[in-house]
Structures are given as structure tokens and as C-alpha cells.
Design a protein around this ligand. Sequence first.
Ligand code: GDP
Ligand code: MG
Length: 391
Amino acid sequence: SKTAYVRTKPHLNIGTMGHVDHGKTTLTAAITKVLAEHGTDGTTKYVSFDRIDRAPEEAARGITINIAHVEYETGTRHYAHVDMPGHADYVKNMVTGAAQLDGAILVVSALDGVMPQTAEHVLLARQVGVDHIVVALNKADAGDEELTDLVELEVRELLTAQGYPGDAVPVVRVSGLGALRGEPRWTASVEALLDAVDTYVPVPERYLDAPFLLPVENVLTITGRGTVVTGAVERGVVRVGDRVDVLGADVQTVVTGLETFGKPMQEAQAGDNVALLLRGVPRDAVRRGHVVAAPGSVVPARRFTARVYVLSGRDGGRTTAVTTGYRPQFYIRTADVVGNIDLGEAAVARPGETVEMTVELGRAVPLEPGLGFAVREGGRTVGAGTVTSVG
Ligand code: GDP
Ligand code: MG
């Protein structure tokens, strides 16, 4: 049978973000290669570029989800790393908090510098509370030193402008492609990047004492065993045999199995990426966007107030104002729900402004102050917000 997952090191969720073609997927593959060949414990398996870029694509509720999870270990930590193919996938998964990043590797091509998606990902990372970013100035093999110095300054400025300590953020010059080719200099550069991540991104405080909660990312059926939901545990602990509620499906059930990266475990805790086998739940009853939680621990609601940053045209958002009565989609955890906004006396919110609003959702979802969400319209992000009060 399968080897059980043994928790020997702190587990962190990280991911690559940055403008398309700056080398996120190449770098992700390079990290696994470097650790597989040079790591000290021999636990990391090399995952090729093609396998990352051909991540399983699933259409759930009309949204295509595309996210690759790669697992690796440094000397001190176990990481689950997410890499996403397109900008829209970042918005859906990272921005909505679904990816639950404890830290991020911002990939910036030394040849191209800061581009629009670089800026949007940093903005959104800030909004959803990703407090630690390490910069990989990629394609250093092809760039010239002076230009790369300028790009570094530009990235530090961007980070400072978005509220990160731009002067203190580690910036490492790397070449994912060089490391994949096994060139010693660039292999060392990827090791230096991993050292920066190990030391700069702290192990987050996990809310282990809070009641268990997991936003459902995907639902699958395992023949002969039943319905499985996957996602990252947002808080608390769950054990095989625990009773849970599935909010959205209005189902009460029992967890009959737990796995992480294909390895069975008895207990999953906040921060873990897991698959949960649920007793007697029909496949059709559960969907992405539902929430699995300790019985009675959360009450879904439709109405909340929020502080929302309306993205400017420069951020890829709207060029015209929104008004009371506007009905965009709200991406809350993994859910995608329509909502009606009320801007109160102001009545109008212009691109680039941060405003208070009351939202009435089309259906109830678990909400709480501090929860981050994205506002989307016709496939693009028009706002990023935080819940301030519920009800
Ligand atoms: P993504 O869209 O950010 O995931 O970027 P990819 O990893 O798909 O890379 C985009 C292109 O940049 C590909 O043609 C890569 O071969 C190339 N690339 C990626 N990393 C490097 C690098 O370190 N040096 C050079 N010269 N090219 C690179
Ligand atoms: Mg990619």
C-alpha cells in the first residue's frame, strides 16, 4: 500500500507569480530539478516543464481552473508550490485566496522588466495578505548587467509603492533555463533563490485551534471509494472519522479518508493541501466553491460590507466608474457568486479609488471580517476587496 505522509518539517505554500513568459514554469521545473539532483534528503522528484504546463484542467461551474501543484523539500522545509499558466488563473486562484500562499516568488524577466501583470500580481498579493515576496530576476543568462541593475531598482520601487519593504526584499538573479540545462552557475543561482525563500518567508502562524475549514477547489470520484474533495485547509485540524458540514451542499457527513500528494494521513492541519474522502456524498452534491467545515462552526450569509479597491485601467481594470446597482461576480475563497453592490451616499466609485460598499450576494456563503475577495466582470478583475462586517 501507499507510504503514509510523515510530517518532519514545517510545510509552506508558495507559488510563482509574474508576467506571462517571464519564466515562471521554467523556474518551477528548475527548482524541482535542482533539489532532485542536489538536495540533501533525496525526497524531491523532478517535475518537467511539460508536466507542469499540462496541469489538469477542470471546468467547474463554467470556470476553467488551471493550477499545477508541485511538491519539494529543502533542507529545512516542505513546500507545495503552485504555478499557473495564465493571468486569469492567478486572479481566480491566488487573488481569491484559494491558493493560500504563505509567500510568493515574483518572477521578473531581466530582459523585459516590470510589465502590467507583474504590477497586478503584486497589487493583488498585497490585497490578499501575501506578506512575503522574494524576487527572481530571471533570464539573467541573457541579460546584461547594467540593464538588470535597472530592472532590480524598478522592481524594488514597485514593491515599495505597494507597501512591501522594497529595499529589504531579497532579489536573486537566476536563470531557470540555465539551471534546467544543468549549468553550474545557474544551478547555484536557483539554490540561492531557495535559500532566500527558506530564510525570508516565515512559517506562518497556523490557526490550528480554530474550527476546521476547507474551501473546496475540486471534486473527484474514486471508483469504489466515493466522493473526494480537494483544497487547502484554511484553518483548524481534521482527522479521519471527524464529522463535517458541507456548506453550499447542505450536507452533513464524515471524513473517511485523508491524503496529501497521494500519501495517506490521519490528520490534516491548516496550510496542508489535501484530498478528503467524504462518506455517502453523491458526486453531484458538492462543487468548487462549497466549504467543508466543523459542524455548526460557520453560518453562511448573503450580506456584507467591504472595503474594495477598484482597479484602474492601468491595473487592467475598468476605465469607467461603477455605480450602485452594479452586479459583478464575487470570487470569495473558491466560490464565484453574483452580487449586487450599494455604494451608499457616494453612489459612484471611480477606477483607482478605494471605497466602502454593501454587497448582497445571489446565494449565501461563509463570510467573516478580514476575508479577501476579487470582483470580476466579463473575465477580468475590476476590484479587490476585504470583508469588513457581515449581515
Ligand atoms: P511563464 O509564462 O512565466 O511560465 O514562462 P515560461 O516558463 O513558459 O517561459 C517563457 C519563455 O522564456 C520560454 O521560451 C522559456 O524557454 C524562456 N525562458 C524561461 N526562463 C529562461 C531563462 O532563464 N533564460 C532564458 N534565456 N530564457 C528563459
Ligand atoms: Mg507558465
